[in-house]
Design a binder for this molecule. Structure first.
Ligand SMILES: Nc1ncnc2c1ncn2[C@@H]1O[C@H](COP(=O)(O)OP(=O)(O)OP(=O)(O)O)[C@@H](O)[C@H]1O
Ligand SMILES: [Mg+2]
Length: 463
């Protein structure tokens, strides 16, 4: 049940406010309505009850509506005030709005008008609540959660809660940017292993030849340059969680080794005859349809079934467009906090527009769009004009791509120096979204990851 909006009605004519209270209760199930027959009793009531919306008559003996409003703004700045006024005194109501009233209503109040004005105020109050909740969430520091109220995302949240309690491997599948990494971190954080290490490995970023020794470690003399024993990531993640990201791309021999770990719980460092027992929970994720890879024989079926004990599917944003407005507001608050900007808002029209878009890059693309909107709006509120600015034809989106000049395609690139600066610009421009970088440059994701590795660029740094 949604939190109720508490409304206080103030007028010296009791039958009038009783009638109004009945109308409001009939029109809004989510309202709690209380009444007071003057300014002083209203202030007394406010001392003990919390109120979100005050509807007050203007002309009352003792303390008039304007005086009451001024006092309320001073004491309780969050309360919204709607002024009621007789026909002859509209100028006073306009004056009240100038002084900070949310809106005004003329007496006699037509129910239609009442519902429209009060409904608008109620929406505004709920929006402020939600924004406050988002800000608190951000201020909570690092405790990122999978946001969303849609039923599909609820299912994901429930699966995460449920699997966190076990030690079984988890396979997270979903398109790029749908929050697979976030979900993996949440599984770890909600599990009993939360205080132990969480180690994430982006598999394609490590060349096949190195992946085995990175994961399992090696013993001295295993190969040229191995002048001492080295612990692998499995051991680094001991008693915790190892997240194998983009597992769809690992080589057949790595698949076999991973399967052995899942069956025996042991790892054998490269060049060693000994095996080491480890206690590691595996979370694997991929944006490739693994079932299909199994059918095509490019992914081992037995490994797939071992990993797929518990499956989590991250829904694409287009299947939960009702979450877009919430996510957009969340990313706005987040961007503003990052950029140290205060009080910029996003027009409802823009939120509706964003909610109708396709978002092939999913949540990450939405996040990047909000960042771009903030940058291009130059501290003004975000309106449809801001959208036009970032979507105008010929507008380099994102801005940095403009500097890439004629080198939009990688084919012309030769020197490493240039490659490095190209990859760095590309990733800055796409906030580290390898899929988007791949789309923009025409390079495959794996190629970008391998280039990054060869050139010593930490791809994670751009996110
Ligand atoms: N439901 C959500 N609520 C809040 N933030 C989200 C949500 N889903 C994704 N994000 C954010 O969107 C961004 C992309 O998410 P993430 O990196 O987890 O996606 P991914 O599926 O791993 O993408 P890729 O396949 O490209 O690696 C991150 O900044 C993440 O925090
Ligand atoms: Mg990821």
């Amino acid at each position: 049940m949604e939190k109720k909006i508490k409304v206080l009605l103030v007028d010296d004519q009791l039958d009038f406010i009783n009638g109004l209270a009945r109308l409001l209760m009939a029109g809004f199930q989510d309202f709690d309505v209380i009444t007071a027959d003057g300014g002083k009793p209203a202030l007394a009531l406010l001392e003990k009850s919390e109120v979100d919306l005050l509807i007050t008559d203007l002309q009352m003996p003792e303390m008039n509506g304007l005086q009451l409003m001024t006092e309320i703004h001073r004491r309780y700045p969050a309360i919204k005030v709607i002024i009621l006024t007789g026909f002859g005194t509209i100028e006073k109501a306009v004056e009240a709005v100038r002084l900070g009233a949310y809106d005004f209503l003329t007496k006699p109040v037509a129910s239609e008008q009442l519902y429209r004005t009060v409904g608008k105020a109620a929406d505004f109050i709920r929006l402020e609540w939600e924004n406050r909740r988002l800000r608190e969430l951000l201020a909570g520091g690092g405790k990122e959660t999978l946001l969303g109220g849609s039923s599909v995302i609820h299912q994901v949240q429930q699966s995460i809660q449920a699997v966190a309690g076990s030690d079984y491997p988890v396979l997270i599948q979903g398109e790029s940017g749908t929050g697979k990494e976030l979900a993996a971190r949440m599984v770890h954080r909600l599990s009993q292993r939360a205080k132990k290490p969480y180690v994430a490995v982006n598999c394609p970023a490590i060349p096949d030849s190195l992946l085995e020794s990175e994961l399992f470690g090696y013993s001295r003399g295993a190969f040229t340059g191995a002048d001492r024993d080295k612990e692998g990531l499995f051991l680094a993640a001991n008693h915790g969680t190892l997240h194998l990201d983009e597992i769809g791309d690992i080589s057949p021999s790595m698949q076999t080794k991973l399967l052995r770990f899942l069956q025996e719980g042991e790892v054998r460092p490269v060049g060693s005859t000994r095996t080491l027992a480890t206690d590691v929970r595996i979370i694997a994720s991929t944006n490739q349809p693994l079932e299909k890879k199994v059918e095509e024989n490019s992914f081992r079926a037995d490994l797939f079934y071992r990993l797929n004990v518990i499956a989590i599917h991250m829904p694409p944003l287009r299947e939960r467009s009702e979450d877009i407005a919430l996510l957009a507001r969340y990313f706005l608050e987040k961007t503003l906090a990052e950029m140290n900007i205060n009080g910029m808002t996003i027009e409802p029209e823009v939120l509706s527009y964003l909610s109708t878009k396709e978002w092939p890059g999913n949540v990450r693309e939405l996040q990047n769009t909000i960042r771009r909107l903030v940058v291009f709006s130059g501290r003004e509120n975000i309106t449809m004009a801001s959208i036009q600015r970032i979507e105008a034809p010929g507008q380099p989106t994102p801005a940095v791509l403009g500097e890439l000049g004629p080198y939009k395609s990688m084919k012309t690139l030769i020197s490493d120096r240039f490659s490095r600066s190209y990859i760095e610009q590309l990733l800055t421009a796409t906030s580290g979204n390898v899929s988007e970088a791949s789309r923009v440059s025409g390079l495959s994701r794996v190629a970008i990851q391998k280039l990054g590795l060869r050139l010593g660029i930490d791809l994670g740094r751009f996110r």
